[in-house]
Design a protein around this ligand. Structure first.
Ligand code: PMP
Length: 315
């Protein structure tokens, strides 16, 4: 319970029930996809975020942002939560809003897959579909416009600018990795969407040991198939993104990342989403250059969230 509470900012009362199940996800060692690529002194671990109640890493940030908004007095009973999302944050807000008694309006690119839309509807979320050609940046623009029109009734959580997003990882993901590696972690590798996961965890780990190397991962081109990730050079850069934090930036190719999604399922028994493939690709690239070290990466969600996209499954 202590570790769970640390995951959250400014909580007044201890969390119970499903909310108390956010975080403390398993850290597992990869042993098959690493074969022939790693020196004997190098280990590679992945944190499995599909074990969160809402099925993704975004449960951490969503819970942190909602509790912080409540604690600050900005979020009052009867208000409606608003944000943009490519899916996972929306689903996380969806179940937490249902649990806390709020309504939720979500701006979502119209081409979000059927699994995402159906899950959001199951939680009673009001979906506002935005121009698919404009991707997550188009959804952000619509959310900003709606927030400006009704500042009294809508609480715009703005995950891209909200410090409670990265703080969830500073208080949860980082300490969990430190604990579960017995303080032995040497490298932290994570993909960038809002950058909350990478930033909060990197700040915590570097505060424990300044020698920890932080590696951020982005798609290698603006036109990519890595759901949830941003190509920072060509996207609206999140306000919480700190480009000075990463010791190294790697550009993940879509095809190689998706090939790793398939290998993770077939060789490790780990069915994960495309961004986990990108994280695995980057972690392997990095780990294969080392002679010793404990490399930790994070798999943001599970493959079930992409079942309608057959190419990911190798179908
Ligand atoms: N992968 C997936 C599938 C996601 O939904 C997200 C969040 N958009 C990320 C990675 C990136 O996480 P973060 O926003 O914390 O950078």
């Amino acid at each position: 319970m202590v570790a769970l509470q640390r995951a959250l900012p400014h909580h007044a009362t201890p969390l119970t029930g499903l909310l108390a199940r956010v975080g403390n996800t398993p850290l597992v060692q990869l042993s098959r996809v690493t074969e022939g690529r790693l020196a004997p002194g190098v280990k590679l671990f992945a944190k499995l975020e599909s074990f969160n109640p809402g099925g993704s890493v975004k449960d951490r940030a969503a819970l942190s942002m909602i509790l912080q908004a409540e604690a600050s007095g900005r979020l009052r009973p009867g208000m409606t939560l608003l944000d943009s999302s490519s899916g996972n944050t929306g689903i996380a807000y969806g179940w937490i809003a249902a649990q806390r008694g709020y309504k939720l309006k979500l701006c979502l690119p119209a081409n979000a897959n059927v699994e995402r839309k159906a899950t959001l509807r199951a939680y009673g979320v009001e979906i506002i579909e935005t121009d698919p050609l404009e991707g997550s940046d188009g959804a952000i623009a619509v959310a900003r416009r709606l927030a400006a029109q009704d500042p009294e009734g809508l609480l715009y959580l703005d995950q891209y600018s909200n410090d409670a997003n990265w703080q969830a990882h500073f208080r949860g993901t980082g300490p969990e990795i430190w604990r579960d590696t017995g303080g032995q972690v040497t490298h932290w590798v994570a993909c960038l969407g809002t950058s909350g996961t990478f930033t909060g965890t990197a700040r915590f780990l570097k505060a424990q040991n300044p020698d920890v190397v932080a590696v951020s991962v982005q798609p290698d081109s603006p036109f990519h198939g890595l759901e949830g990730l941003k190509h920072m050079e060509t996207a609206l850069v999140p306000a919480i993104y700190d480009p000075g934090l990463a010791d190294l930036n790697l550009g993940a190719p879509t095809e190689e990342s998706l090939a790793l999604v398939r290998r993770l399922a077939r060789e490790e028994g780990l069915f994960v989403g495309p961004s986990a493939g990108a994280a695995a690709w980057a972690a392997l690239e990095l780990a294969s250059t080392l002679t010793e070290g404990v490399v930790v990466t994070l798999f943001p969600d599970g493959g079930e969230r992409y079942l309608s996209e057959a190419h990911i499954l190798g179908g």
